[in-house]
Write a protein that binds this ligand. Structure first.
Ligand SMILES: NC(=O)c1ccc[n+]([C@@H]2O[C@H](COP(=O)([O-])OP(=O)(O)OC[C@H]3O[C@@H](n4cnc5c(N)ncnc54)[C@H](O)[C@@H]3O)[C@@H](O)[C@H]2O)c1
Length: 377
């Protein structure tokens, strides 16, 4: 019998705890390390997971814990250091989105993982939601004919208390981006997964609602072209009332509409999904094939309104660890994380240049895109 895979979580805030819970629930996986900058935080969480030891140093944990994989759930700008340390120690790394905020660092991680021969993955757990899997399968099976267009909407609500809950949120220096980088990135990844290789992006962004306390974008739009000729549009805002983490407004009754993705094909059919409210399981809509009404009703009954946390993190972590065990690439790789990041940073660069950006970016464009956002104080 093979031994349990030895796994640790680095960064133990809200989502680090989700990772720990998801990993600890998996058969064949031993959660042996919990690492935070603050030892007492790691010790507090370790009480819930017998067998997990608390650390406040990534180096020491890598030296002592005989790990097979780490799950990195630190804030965006702190993804790179623990991930590169793990990779250089020969340990696989599954990193929360965005893989990094710097394209240079994303490339460095991917290259280091290739060189060390270890798995590198990016968390985009929404790909594991059945509605998304069905869309992807329909596209791969050719049921849409040629994919010609897609639209991706992130119509979200955030408020001042959300941005103020952590000191890293809401600034170019701390977070490295706004609604595109932190929220819409899940669906930008899905566009890439379903449409293929992006070849250009044109975009605009602004800070229109939350400008008193954030400097990153709260409104953004983009047009992305793909190698097969398909054209996708992205619209992303955090300007709605009563969204995630908002106190209900006494004057505005509606909730933020959440996410919507639709993909259209040359034979006239469309597939899509709606996630409303955020972090519930998305359901298919539109779905234009014959028999759709019965299928949709059945799927809706099974899936609608259920929380998507931590179930789909669990599925992605399980798939990633299976890949580590089998020595194969994971379903969602570091390259996928880099590709989604490049579309988003392409929007920022496009705005600065008032011109479309060719993808994949040249070395010069990558440096220019990083210079725009990474140097922020
Ligand atoms: N996949 C998803 O749906 C999803 C949802 C929410 C958050 N996230 C991602 O998870 C990450 C964390 O988000 P969060 O909401 O849990 O943030 P958080 O601020 O609640 O937690 C981050 C934790 O990391 C710790 N930390 C910072 N630097 C560290 C270091 N160098 N070593 C160890 N610990 C360190 C902080 O002290 C904090 O406890 C972000 O990248 C975010 O984008 C993903």
């Amino acid at each position: 019998m093979t031994r349990d895979l030895r796994v640790a979580v680095i960064g133990l805030g809200r989502f680090g705890a989700v990772h720990a819970e998801a990993a600890a629930a998996l058969p064949g996986v031993a959660l042996v390390g919990l690492c935070s900058r603050t030892l007492s935080r790691a010790q507090g969480l370790a009480e819930r997971f017998p067998g997990a030891r608390a650390y406040d140093s990534v180096e020491r944990m890598l030296a002592e814990a005989d790990l097979d994989a780490v799950l990195v759930a630190t804030p965006h700008k702190q993804h790179f250091d623990p991930a590169i340390q793990a990779i250089r120690a020969g340990v696989a790394a599954l990193v929360e989105k965005p893989l990094t905020t710097s394209l240079t660092q994303a490339h460095e991680l991917v290259a280091a993982a290739d060189e060390a021969g270890v798995a590198l993955g990016t968390i985009f757990q929404r790909r594991f939601i059945p509605a998304a899997q069905r869309m992807h399968e329909a596209i791969v099976q050719g049921r849409l004919g040629r994919v010609v267009a897609a639209e991706c909407l992130a119509h979200l609500g955030r408020d001042r208390s959300y941005y103020e809950q952590d000191d890293w949120r809401g600034s170019w220096a701390g977070e490295g981006g706004g609604v595109l980088l932190t929220m819409a990135i899940h669906y930008v990844d899905m566009l890439n997964w379903m449409l293929g290789t992006p070849t250009s992006v044109y975009g605009r962004w602004a800070t229109l609602k939350h400008a008193d306390y954030v400097d990153v974008e709260d409104v953004a739009g983009g047009v992305v072209t793909y190698q097969n000729g398909a054209i996708a549009t992205i619209g992303a805002v955090t300007t709605f009332e009563n969204g995630f983490a908002s106190a209900p407004s006494p004057t505005v009754a509606y909730r933020a509409p959440g996410f919507r993705l639709a993909v259209h094909g040359s034979v006239g059919h469309s597939v899509g999904l709606v996630e409303n409210p955020e972090l519930t399981q998305a359901v298919n809509d539109p779905w234009t094939f014959d028999g759709a009404a019965e299928d949709l009703a059945r799927w809706r009954e099974r899936e609608e309104g259920r929380s998507s946390v931590p179930e789909f993190h669990g599925l992605q972590i399980a798939e990633f660890l299976d890949a580590v065990r089998a020595g194969r690439p994971p379903a969602i790789t570091g390259r996928d994380g880099m590709a989604a990041l490049e579309v988003i940073k392409g929007v920022y660069l496009s705005q600065a240049r008032q011109a479309p950006i060719t993808l994949p970016m040249s070395d010069d464009d990558r440096r220019a895109a990083d210079h725009l956002t990474e140097g922020a104080e």
